[in-house]
Design a protein. Structure first.
Length: 124
């Protein structure tokens, strides 16, 4: 449990975020083709942004910079949440699938908040 974190891929936050990316991509496979230039690419970008900003934040030396990227990740997570609500409202995803993805999203949100809190403690 006390293994040294050497890479962003060692972060539980990144790992769970990666699972969310995969879930999002699988979910949007069934969206109508008319969404190929609308909500589909937006959801892809948001999902990818979550883990990309965790990775970039991890690579930064100062806690202040880390926190900045983790907050960007949190913003992308919130944006994805909104887009999932829209997709559900348009009946692109079932209630069951929506709840499954939202549960994963909330898990990532908790982990991100913990990462931010840890970085803030190191910053003081």
């Amino acid at each position: 449990m006390n293994e040294k974190i050497k890479s962003f891929t060692d972060l539980t936050t990144w790992q769970e975020g990666h699972n969310l990316v995969l879930m999002t991509y699988k979910c949007i496979e069934s969206f109508p083709k008319k969404e190929n230039f609308a909500i589909t690419p937006q959801m892809q970008r948001c999902a990818i942004s979550i883990t990309s900003n965790v990775a970039e934040g991890f690579s930064r030396k100062s806690s202040k910079e880390k926190i900045q990227f983790y907050y960007i990740s949190l913003g992308s997570l919130t944006e994805l949440h909104n887009q999932l609500i829209i997709a559900k409202g348009l009946n692109y995803i079932s209630e069951e699938k929506f709840n499954e993805i939202i549960d994963q999203l909330k898990k990532v949100q908790r982990l991100l908040n913990g990462l931010i809190k840890s970085a803030k403690i190191l910053n003081t």
